[in-house]
Design a binder for this molecule. Sequence first.
Ligand SMILES: Cc1cc2nc3c(=O)[nH]c(=O)nc-3n(C[C@H](O)[C@H](O)[C@H](O)COP(=O)(O)OP(=O)(O)OC[C@H]3O[C@@H](n4cnc5c(N)ncnc54)[C@H](O)[C@@H]3O)c2cc1C
Length: 385
Amino acid sequence: MSALNLPKPAWRTEEHDMLAESTRAFLAKEFVPNLDRWSEAGVMDRDAWIKAADAGLLAASIPEAYGGAGGDYSHESVIAHEIAMAGADSWGWAIHGPIVAPYILHYGTEEQKKAWLPKMATGELIAALAMTEPGAGSDVQGIRTKAERSGNGWVLNGSKTFITNGQHANMVVVAAKTDPSAGAKGTSLFVVETENAPGFRRGRKLKKLGLDWADTSELFFDDMKLPAEALLGPEPNQGFYQMMRALPQERLIIAGGAIGMIERALMLTIAYVKERGAFGKKVIDFQNTQFELADMKTEATMAKAFYETCVGLHLHGQCDTVMASMAKYKLTDLQNTIVDRCLQLFGGYGFMDEYPISRMYRDARIQRIYGGTNEIMKILIARSL
Ligand SMILES: Cc1cc2nc3c(=O)[nH]c(=O)nc-3n(C[C@H](O)[C@H](O)[C@H](O)COP(=O)(O)OP(=O)(O)OC[C@H]3O[C@@H](n4cnc5c(N)ncnc54)[C@H](O)[C@@H]3O)c2cc1C
């Protein structure tokens, strides 16, 4: 089911098709009927995370030894596509599975993997990633949250903002300075379990332009005592290096969501213009409509082919920062233009909440900002010139 007619990429097997089908069926049953209610409430049901875990969506690339499905990024990519096609863009799924789980898997000690990954797979732990602070977003080096040694452990102080899953998360990967004199190299990541944890406080669930049911929030850490095992990996001051290595996958998964929304926008728009009448014709009969859609389909096809090439490279560890930055930047930009052009073809109905294209227009906007702004992506690409 796609508005594009690309052949399957080499990495896609029948198993991926089955995963796509089961994810689609799950979302249609457990998510889609609730989207309006969650949007009104500004937050999804916590229970939906558990149902998603039971359906295998939270641990696609966690190895079986740690309770996961033993897949890889290609499986995460398939799920991301289905989430976007279902219109569940507000869900902070990507932070939990394809973003935080690899931090634990790649940098955690064996004890840490055993402690956290199985619980992430079952949804007992819901993850958040807390880098951004009120005074430091793009400039991650400028963070002021700090962790100081205290006995065998650490004491964490600072505040974070714009944190996806901020209300539901009970496991937060926090970036903090452990050696402020060393600049970026003095950063460490801590895995903070928040249940009944003195010194941890959730702030406001932030009101936003889009992603209505995403519980994006502020988080506060006031003299929060952490055990030695909360430090991710065996030694401190590895955080910046750990974040840099994780970024290509974070950027790819955002690009994957962009392609999903682009395909959904095209499908919804093609169906609408074939139904809607004006001047005794259908809107599809106007040459402007045909040229608009032909142009968008061409751009979307090129974008998807590029994304799938990036996925193939990434599966072999060959999608570097530049490729991933190009995918994130160009696909999210394209997502915004295509959704805008599609909305135009809906006329006034495109501005109405009951038409999904209107929600997509709002939800698309953040894609150019989080995961590294598109300006930062261009800086990274420019370094390769
Ligand atoms: C809905 C939502 C969810 C988010 N989820 C998370 C999350 O889960 N975890 C997390 O840690 N963060 C999260 N963020 C934060 C997000 O990653 C940051 O907002 C983003 O990195 C930009 O940082 P900033 O907002 O401080 O903007 P700034 O860094 O202040 O940027 C402002 C403007 O300046 C531009 N700019 C900055 N530096 C340069 C430069 N060197 N050259 C040219 N232009 C530049 C930027 O591109 C931007 O246009 C989320 C944000 C939102 C809105």
